[in-house]
Design a binder for this molecule. Sequence first.
Ligand code: NOJ
Length: 726
Amino acid sequence: MITVDNQQLSGLLEQMTLEEKIAQMLQLVASYFVGSEDDGQITGPMESLGITEETVNQAGSILGLGGAAKVIQVQQDHLKNDRLGIPMIFMADIVHGYKTIFPIPLAIGCSWDQELAEQSAAIAAKESAVSGLHVTFAPMVDLVRDPRWGRVMESTGEDPYLNSLFARAFVRGFQGEDLTNDVSRVAACVKHFAAYGAGEGGREYNTVDLSERQLREYYLPAYKAALDEGCELVMTSFNTVHGSPATGNRTLMRDLLRAELGFDGVLISDWGAVIELIAHGVAEDESAAAYLAVQAGVDIEMMTSCYVKHLPELVRSGKVEESLIDEAVLRILNLKNKLGLFDNPLRGADPEAERAIVFCDEHRSVSRELASQSCVLLKNTGVLPLQAEQRIALIGPFAQSKDILGSWSWMGAEEDIMTLDTAIQAKAKITSSNVLVAEGSGIDSITETQWKEALDVARQADVIVLAVGESSHMSGEGGSRADIRLPEAQLQLMDHLRTLDKPIVTVVFNGRPLDLQGIHDQADAVLEAWFPGSEGATAITDILYGEVNPSGRLSMSFPHAVGQVPVYYNHFNTGRPQKESEPDNRYSSKYLDIPNEPLFPFGYGLSYTEFKYGEIALSAEGITTDRPLQVTTTITNTGDTAGVEVVQLYIRDITGEVVRPMKELKAFSKVLLQPGESKEVSFTVTEEQLRYHHSDLSYTSDTGEFAVFVGANSRDVSERRFRLLK
Ligand code: NOJ
């Protein structure tokens, strides 16, 4: 693709009227361009935004339109109407796949597999790009600790290090190495800056109030990682940061994001976040909202019209410098240039190639692979894997459900989804087992006929496979829940089935860590399947029948009960920790009714085989800046099935200048071991990994004692000590 130089871009800017410039800063959904049947998200007609058709004709970008033919049409119409022939950018939420839907990001987090994550993003980019898209609103890298928040499904979890690795992998996958010339890639937009995941009470869009250190230690690393990887755009978050809504927060955007983190790409508001500055109570009216957002350096206003209606007047009256507008528009033009749109406004859009590429077998097989790596086996008394000759009763609202893609899968089509019963029956033909199916209950309703039929079916079987969960609407944006147990109807179904005294394998579909009371204690096996995507049913079946040995490990803790949240592994100690020797000491930090520890900790997941960890060997007792530490151990597969273990290394700074977390993940390794095989796993710990933000926010390390832990998850570890010397 041929790009123009900066001088030419400035020349173009000079030719633009103030109104034309400001229109570049407007983003609208597709229905403003192609009529409402093409868009599910329309918020109102043009008049309700108070804008004219002329403004719409000059808009800089469009949201949520996919399909090469449509995109080509809209771009061509736009170019006819735009005086200077400036192409629009087509953006959309391609969060975990375009039409080939991958597992939800929280599930991808549980794969601990950056290569597969990158591959999934590259495929999502390829399908999006050939369908006409230029930018995806992903990755979402908000650190999450509160499973009540529905959007935890969009994050890779609770750990800053793991999230940062995935942030980089997704950005690499979306953007590739040469965004301009590789038209099968799209620009990435990291979101939601900043700390959107820390909303109080897990309630959507709620207030965030964090200390500067919390922000820097936990929440910022993953955004920074995405930016370091070259992510082209950033989206503002809906919440407050240090008392000021992010979208109008100059300190956050200008001082931290731009000056400190060095971001010079396009900053886009989240949907309606500019006008929402009024409801937040920091802007009196739309004009004041536009003023705050533009001062903060927000380049594009998504879906409201504060900019186009008020910036012209604000500039003409001298309240806003025109240079602020120019700076924003140049960034937008720059992005268009980088995408090669001045050379070819249609970029990768190609209706014929689209038919061949989108949802092709090759893409689907990667989705299947990722789904099988993302499922987490939480419990198994030995009933899994299923045996070929067993008769199976497949029961539950997810036995025949197509609602397994999860939120943010708007291009995923029902007709492309195989249900669990079909996948198991296909396998049953091969394995000659009998499969009987009953719904048992709905998601949140149960009738006597349903559970009685389920019991009849179950009586004829050797094993019950109970497929339960949340519908996809129960998580995702606007999907906060205060009670994160399975709906009562499904718990009742479990109770009925338990009366039969048959082994029960529970497969759980959901977008968040659940409170699994009533399930994990009654089931003989629990497989966390998340929303596994287009190929999920086959992937789950592979695991149930032992063709794939599960290797997923939780990237977010599962609480004992909702009253425990937020519960996360990298927490601080207290002055009065509960001691094993005095568990009932009233004046220790604990609950009277539940344990402090989560039900399933970060990093946890079972396999069909067993792994034995050897002693931890250290290369030295002390390390320095120049002399890192080698931490080595030997892992043995002591079972009779090949399996993958995720060997995890955590660090604790025993005495810090400020309080340090009990454990922090610093490294891990996915190791494949054949039955009886042993492998040595070695990690390098450097001084850099021991740094943290001190009370003056300087990022340095402390000399002194550290603990290093190696193990299968954040709880089950062995410990050694070493010292940092300087
Ligand atoms: C609102 C969501 O918060 C954001 O993540 C998404 O990208 C936009 N809507 C656009 O759909």
